[in-house]
Design a protein. Structure first.
Length: 254
């Protein structure tokens, strides 16, 4: 939950599995009166209403799926996370990546973290928040489906990531093929994704055992790419501020 510190600064706290908690400070790019969280039910109208310097202001706003992913990461036993570099896709303001870095530090884990986005504005905002939280992390431009950029990131890391994270990345069905292509190209041991069920919540996809059309398409394309899709938590979805969020794990099939 966000607690306003000033018009431009907010604190976000997530309890760890050992009873302690981590806190992430953010300076949002969107002026939102101190209430940084945006629910999926309000998304379309508020996307138009929020002033943001981003060309697409989705990256300058905190969505419920980011809170769900942070809470899930904080709840895990340290042994549950694979060793190796960490990569965040679609970092936006950097909340999930910064939370992961703080969790790793608290657990005595020293792994490199690279927060990526296709927006230079988002990367600038993320760098500001990395400095604000005094953590070790890098940023890099990465457009999904851009194989050259994915290969450059792998060269920078020197090895394949142990963990990829991302929240609210399935904002349209068209975004899913390049997203899966990038996840497969990076070849992480595991990928944790959190997203709200936006499309077809009462469709054939649900009757086939999927939560929404995004879930169905993601699972189908991931399987074609040699990835295994599993629910990430004890249940397929959770709720944050009344908004449902799906939590999935994509793992290499080898």
């Amino acid at each position: 939950m966000a607690r306003a510190l000033s018009r431009k600064l907010s604190s976000h706290s997530f309890p760890r599995c050992d009873g302690a908690a981590i806190a992430v400070l953010l300076r949002p790019s969107a002026e939102d009166g101190g209430d940084s969280w945006r629910g999926e039910g309000r998304m379309q109208s508020e996307r138009r209403a929020i002033h943001s310097p981003f060309a697409d202001d989705t990256g300058s706003t905190l969505w419920a799926s980011a809170a769900a992913l942070c809470a899930h990461l904080a709840s895990l036993d340290p042994a549950a996370l694979p060793a190796g570099p960490r990569v965040e896709l679609g970092t936006g303001l950097g909340l999930c990546g910064i939370a992961l870095a703080k969790l790793d530090a608290a657990r005595g884990v020293r792994e490199p973290l690279v927060c990526t986005d296709g927006s230079d504005d988002a990367l600038r905002a993320c760098r500001d928040n990395i400095a604000l939280n005094d953590i070790r992390a890098e940023t890099e431009r990465l457009e999904w489906g851009n194989v050259r950029q994915a290969e450059a990131l792998l060269r920078r890391l020197g090895r394949r990531p142990g963990l990829i994270i991302g929240s609210d990345l399935t904002y349209s069905l068209d975004s899913i093929p390049p997203l899966v292509q990038t996840v497969a190209a990076l070849g992480a041991t595991a990928t944790l994704l959190a997203f709200p069920p936006r499309i077809g919540a009462g469709s054939l996809a649900v009757r086939d055992g999927f939560r929404c059309e995004e879930h169905a398409r993601l699972a189908r394309l991931a399987k074609q790419a040699g990835l295994v899709v599993r629910q990430a938590g004890p249940s397929l979805s959770t709720h944050v501020n009344g908004e449902e969020v799906v939590l999935l794990s994509l793992e290499r099939g080898d």
